[in-house]
Design a protein around this ligand. Sequence first.
Ligand code: ADP
Length: 293
Amino acid sequence: AINMSQLQLEDEELGKGNYGTVKKVLHKPTNVAMAMKEIRLELDQAKLNAIIMELDVLHRAVAPEIVDFYGAFFIESCVYYCMEYMDAGSLDKLIQPYSPRSASAFPAAPSMVRGLKFLKDDLNIIHRDVKPTNVLVNRKGQVKLCDFGVSGQLDKSMARTNIGCQSYMAPERIRGESRVLYGAYTVSSDVWSLGLSIIELGLGRYPYPPETYSNVFAQLTAIVHGPPPCLPSGPPPSSLEDWVNRCMKKEPLERATYKELLEHPWLRNNAALDVDVERWVRCAVQARTRPIR
Ligand code: ADP
């Protein structure tokens, strides 16, 4: 098992989330660079132990589309979670403005769908927090998911369904139906969040902009009562727009399944185009580091 004495802290802070910070560390025994997430929780020892045990499932979550998990430990009331270091960071930092002619600007989509399908089919895990900051990319061109809900205790302690300034929650989750019909929290809520994330990539901004929705309440009201967001379309709508529309159904049962999304012409043709994701990441990282004029 991994522990703090094996880790050497690098200067670089990779990011700050709602619950703690992510730092780059070196695992000295193996010389592997890792990302260590520190989550501060005010919990007793028994609950912390339960969290560490529940996180153990992550050792089985091994797939090309899932960020590798190396182990977790706690010190005092902090949980430290060690995972694969992804050197191009999260997808939100690679967002580029939409150009309708290059559907290949969305090379993250196939990996996201395959990753979500793997979690569901092989481990019976629903992600519950699909959004661009939870999709990580590296310079090898790999796109991987992280931060999925495997620990009920950790979820409870962090109130994972947090209302941040940008909500990716499906309408039925905002309305709280998942609590009424326990077990009805289905995989289709993740499909909404997936569609919303792809629209954000396409538009180059979160689809419910703060200029229009001046507070969280207005935003959540629009998600529940307004028409679903979409990408500006044709006519006729491109296969990408159709793909996104199949994710963004207000009624969960009408949303596409992962299988349908993978078999949809947009992803099939995308695969045929053989998108060079490595190049895409390289260009996006370059664009990011270029000074804004
Ligand atoms: P959030 O709560 O917004 O999901 P996190 O605490 O999970 O944020 O992570 C904060 C930021 O740290 C992410 O947006 C990402 O840019 C960076 N980060 C997280 N995990 C990794 C990783 N494994 N490798 C590289 N960067 C990471």
